[in-house]
Design a protein around this ligand. Structure first.
Ligand SMILES: Cc1cc2nc3c(=O)[nH]c(=O)nc-3n(C[C@H](O)[C@H](O)[C@H](O)COP(=O)(O)OP(=O)(O)OC[C@H]3O[C@@H](n4cnc5c(N)ncnc54)[C@H](O)[C@@H]3O)c2cc1C
Length: 331
């Protein structure tokens, strides 16, 4: 089989997951990961890191269920292995609570997470402003640990790493046979996708080791996610807001909203504040196109636009991207 040179652009959770999948599954490919920023400086580093069983409006249900299932099974296997502490992946149980009873009390993902059930009246008593809730177990990553662990796994599979900004795909056309674009928000300029936009998110890490269960308001704006070293509380969703500075008003709002759900948070010490820009799009773009670069037709596999769900979907969309790279590499 001919030797194929693959470039993966992007070292967030999507790029690293995709690079690992390709490097491990396709021995006839040499894989180089190129990125302007690596951990701890990517958006993925600051993500709250929970695998949240989301429903995407514009992706066929079967496809999104397979993304979720692949990601869930992958992270569950890590959480239940000896790699769990180094990779920073743990099981996480808790509640999502709703102010109004949702039309569909049993969402499609109820069989993908562990132990899905509706909350009992007794459990709901502590949330007097909410009428209904789901209880289940999912997974949570300490993202910086997870990214470093993925990078280590990628290097072990023979992958090469290069810190570099790619200004145009043209730059890569002589050195690579296939380009995999996992540049997140960078795709706005790198491939001129005007559908990509930022959704600003601010979160805090607090010291509250007594908290073990996640609590998330069904509107997605307020959440409390206990992790291995701290508890992440949030958040904000500010569309088309490019500000990367911490907003003290947002910090205050997060503390107030989260303390309403979990009063003991008023005793928690704030360890850090962080802002990131979610690489949002109507739906993630996971597809192959052939681009004319320097007179050559080069397959470009896109895998970006995961918005608020990059940790949730990365391994699943990486499997699809792997399939697209496999096909392109056989031609
Ligand atoms: C506050 C907050 C909380 C979140 N919580 C969660 C959560 O709990 N669960 C969840 O699933 N998701 C969560 N997310 C969303 C998640 O962070 C993103 O979906 C995810 O990080 C996207 O990963 P990515 O690899 O596509 O992008 P990024 O992490 O942004 O990585 C992009 C990479 O591409 C590189 N790049 C871009 N352009 C170029 C270029 N031209 N040349 C070279 N390199 C380039 C960058 O340097 C970087 O390495 C959260 C996001 C925020 C902001």
């Amino acid at each position: 089989m001919k030797h194929v040179r693959v470039a993966v652009v992007g070292a967030g959770v999507v790029g690293l997951s995709t690079a690992v999948c390709i490097a491990e599954a396709l021995p006839h490919c040499s894989v180089t990961l190129l990125a302007e920023k690596f951990s701890p400086d990517t958006t993925s580093d600051g993500a709250a890191g929970i695998l949240w069983p989301v429903t995407l409006p514009d992706i066929p249900l079967e496809r999104q269920r397979s993304w979720l299932k692949d990601s869930f099974d992958h992270l569950l296997a890590i959480a239940q292995s000896q790699h769990s502490p180094e990779a920073g992946v743990m099981l996480s149980s808790g509640w999502t609570i709703f102010k109004e009873v949702p039309a569909n009390k049993k969402p499609h993902f109820s069989d993908l997470v562990i132990g899905f059930r509706n909350m009992t009246d007794n459990e709901m008593k502590r949330f007097p402003d909410h009428k209904f809730g789901h209880a289940f177990t999912t997974l949570k990553c300490e993202c910086s640990s997870y990214l470093l662990w993925l990078e280590k796994r990628f290097r072990k599979a023979g992958g090469q790493v290069e810190k570099r900004k790619v200004n145009s795909l043209q730059e890569l056309s002589n050195s690579y046979d296939i380009i995999v674009n996992c540049s997140g928000l960078g795709s706005k300029t790198l491939v001129g996708d005007s559908e990509v936009y930022p959704v600003r998110g601010q979160v805090l890490k607090v010291e509250a080791p007594w908290l073990k269960h996640f609590i998330r308001d069904g509107d997605g704006k307020t959440y409390i996610y206990p992790g291995i070293h701290s508890v992440t509380i949030g958040g904000t969703r500010q569309e088309d807001d490019w500000r990367l500075e911490v907003d003290k008003g947002d910090t205050q709002g997060i503390l107030e909203r989260c303390s309403q759900l979990e009063p003991s948070l008023s005793k928690a010490k704030v360890l850090s504040e962080w802002v990131g820009l979610r690489p949002s799009r109507k739906c993630p773009r996971v597809e192959r196109e052939v681009v004319r670069l320097q007179g050559r037709s080069v397959p470009v596999v896109h895998n970006y636009g995961h918005g608020a769900w990059g940790v949730t979907l990365a391994w699943g969309t990486a499997q699809d991207a792997l399939g697209l790279v496999r096909n392109a590499s056989m031609k």
